[in-house]
Design a protein around this ligand. Structure first.
Ligand code: DGL
Length: 287
């Protein structure tokens, strides 16, 4: 335990995708303190080797824990979670929650047994995914798209970028051809693109991501550790910040504070060039 009250969670992603998870956790568990750690200097993870992803994730998380002792670590990145969880669990005794594509809930929802899985190029290739499909959706046709650009389009939203709808429409054609009625957002960046995805795939009935399942798991772990979290309705008092700190391994994207305010997860402090240049970096304080 962090010895910190309220309970603190450390949330990690390669970029801003994990903010979709932060928003969901904050919605369900508003009394938690969230520290967000983004390896944006290593972004994107979808084209990196397993070794690079494991080394960067473990290195950054272990440094962050020294500065921000936490009660739960959430790896809010599917691409990292498919390879890094056993390594992290040997490195620290802090409970670790990972995120994997929500194939099981999708199989429970689909009516025509046709599921589209949208993930990064690395995630769609990983044996982990084959095992998930085999175990939970063996009676479904699962059409996979591992597109390299989607994560970038999501990142660009932060600085006012607009999703290129024509390219998105072309990228999602295999789902229309396969007539999927359910799409799994198998990358935490993709809930940030949901409105554009809905325009491109109007006949999809069910959109499934992992945010709520992660929030439930975090609440369960804290409960087990005798740190039950305050329920839904008891929001933060005025002047408190849902995210106490956001740490970027590189330069913070321009517009990050307003983007987070828009998601309902305003940060108190944004620190760039972390951890190497932490001491010389300027922490931007939100007002
Ligand atoms: N948000 C990460 C995920 O869930 C994006 C991976 C990347 O950096 O390519 O997979």
């Amino acid at each position: 335990m962090s010895g910190h009250a309220p309970p603190r969670i450390l949330l990690f992603d390669s970029g801003v995708g994990g903010l979709s998870v932060a928003a969901c956790i904050h919605h369900h568990l508003p009394s938690l303190e969230v520290v967000y750690l983004a390896d944006n200097a290593g972004f994107p993870y979808g084209d990196k080797s397993e070794t690079v992803v494991i080394d960067r994730t473990c290195g950054l998380i272990s440094s962050a824990l020294r500065l921000y002792p936490s009660d739960v670590i959430v790896v809010a990145c599917n691409t990292a979670s498919t390879v890094v969880l056993p390594h992290l669990r040997t490195m620290t005794s802090v409970p670790v929650v990972g995120v994997v594509p929500a194939i099981k809930p999708a199989a429970a929802k689909t009516q025509n047994r046709r599921i589209g899985l949208l993930a990064t190029p690395a995630t769609v290739r990983r044996p982990y995914l084959d095992r998930l499909i085999e175990e939970f959706a063996s009676d479904c046709r699962v059409e996979r798209i591992g597109h390299p650009e989607l994560v970038r389009w999501a990142e660009e939203l932060v600085s006012g970028g607009v999703v290129p709808l024509g390219e998105l429409h072309a990228a999602t054609k295999p789902f229309r051809d396969a007539d999927v009625d359910t799409v799994v957002l198998g990358c935490t960046h993709y809930p940030l693109l949901l409105e554009s995805l809905k325009q491109s795939l109007p006949s999809v009935r069910f959109w499934v991501d992992s945010g709520e399942a992660i929030a439930r798991r975090v609440a369960w772990l804290l409960d087990q550790a005798k740190q039950p979290v305050v329920a839904h309705s008891e929001a933060l008092e005025e002047g408190q910040f849902p995210v106490s700190a956001i740490l970027f391994s590189g330069q913070a994207p321009k517009g990050i504070v307003s983007f987070m305010i828009g998601l309902g997860v305003a940060p108190k402090v944004v620190t760039e060039y972390w951890p190497d240049e932490l001491r010389s970096a300027t922490a931007i304080e939100s007002v």
